[in-house]
Design a protein around this ligand. Structure first.
Ligand code: KG4
Ligand code: ZN
Length: 340
């Protein structure tokens, strides 16, 4: 039997809806909120307001592109959390209302599970290799930096996580100090391409086990800029490419060191990457070269699935639905989920 899922994602600043049939994605529509750019970060109140404006047109467009009508949908899946509460409320209320009106099952999804299962999103006619279980996922975004062992589509084990900032924040805060706008990752990535990654050295943390820390490198950058600007007021402008390249290289080195350690300790060589920072070109290249050296099978997401999107919620919702999971009609969103 075909299972046609409408998935909704609204955990942060992207409103997204997708339609999947038996796990195959027919549409994946996204409305990115431009309103936050001028503030250098996501403003929660503005985000929930924009979700309210975007959700109906986005769902409408996703249905249109899928060629299905709302009456042909069998299941509604939605992001329950973690994320910004005001943003999650919009998606959750919409999904609940829709499932109730159509009298069809509702499935709640953990946003992180969506990221972890994003390698399984397939498009019609696509035949691509997918990771075998168990695999390791390096989950890197603006809110998370974790190494997760994915045991099967429903079971996960967090092996390591950041004890302070997420790596995406380390990119974004660097961009703020360099006056490069928000989000910082893409612009640093671009400027780094013409820079010398070995020119400057930033301090690396020494954290036990498989955990990460990114607050020290941000402070190291702050002092580095302050000292150099004292000597040369145009230091940033004159060295922007080398600063970005060296800083990015340090972040990627930190990420890779623990990922390699996790693979050696677990003897797992199926490696995936997910979350917004997985768009980073140096990280992608490094995982691939390291993978060749270490005999890994690496699965890098397509760029369009690296940031928050509803297709990943749809695929996670599909597996949960198949396992018999159903959300209660009075389910509420949660901003933090400690156990995933
Ligand atoms: O997963 P995501 O879209 O949102 C959540 O945080 O959940 O991730 C957004 C993060 C931002 O910090 C952004 O700067 C970063 O992903 N990012 C990148 C790149 N593209 C986006 N970081 C490094 N290099 C990139 N090319
Ligand atoms: Zn995310």
């Amino acid at each position: 039997m075909n299972i046609r899922i409408l998935a909704i994602e609204s955990s942060c600043d992207d409103t997204s809806a997708a339609v999947l049939v038996d796990g195959v994605m027919l549409s994946n529509v996204m409305a990115t909120q431009e309103v936050h750019k001028k503030y250098g970060g996501v403003i929660p109140e503005l985000a929930s307001r924009a979700h309210q404006q975007n959700i109906v047109p986005v769902v409408d467009q996703a249905l249109k592109e899928s060629g299905l009508t709302i009456r042909e949908i069998d299941v509604v899946a939605f992001t329950r959390g973690p994320g910004l509460l005001g943003s999650l409320i919009v998606g959750t209320s919409f999904a609940k209302g829709l499932a109730m009106a159509l009298d069809i099952p509702l499935v709640d999804v953990n946003h992180l599970q969506g990221h972890l299962l994003s390698p399984f999103i397939t498009e019609p006619g696509e035949d691509k290799p997918t990771p075998s279980f168990p695999y390791l996922s390096l989950l890197v975004s603006g809110g998370h930096t974790q190494i997760i062992k994915v045991v099967d589509p429903l079971n996960y084990e967090v092996l390591g996580k950041t004890i302070d900032d997420a790596v995406g924040e380390a990119f974004d805060k660097c961009a703020k100090l360099l006056d490069l706008g928000y989000p910082g990752g893409p612009v640093i990535d671009k400027l780094a391409k013409d820079g010398n990654a070995n020119r400057f050295v930033f301090s690396k943390p020494s954290i036990k086990g498989l955990d990460y820390s990114f607050s020290g490198i941000k402070t190291s950058l702050l002092y580095f800029l302050r000292d150099n600007i004292k000597a040369d007021p145009d230091f940033i402008q004159g060295n922007i490419n080398d600063i970005c390249a060296s800083y990015q290289q340090t972040l990627v080195d930190i990420l890779m060191k623990k990922l390699v350690k996790a693979s050696l300790e677990t003897s797992i060589r199926e490696i995936t990457l997910s979350g917004g920072v997985s768009a980073n070109s140096l990280l992608r290249k490094t995982i691939e070269t390291e993978g060749v050296k270490r005999g890994w099978n690496t699965y890098l997401p397509q760029f369009k699935y690296t940031t928050d999107n509803a297709a990943m919620i749809g695929i996670a919702g599909y597996y949960r639905y198949l396992s018999g999971h159903r959300a209660s009609p009075n389910i509420a969103p949660v901003s933090r989920i400690n156990e995933i």
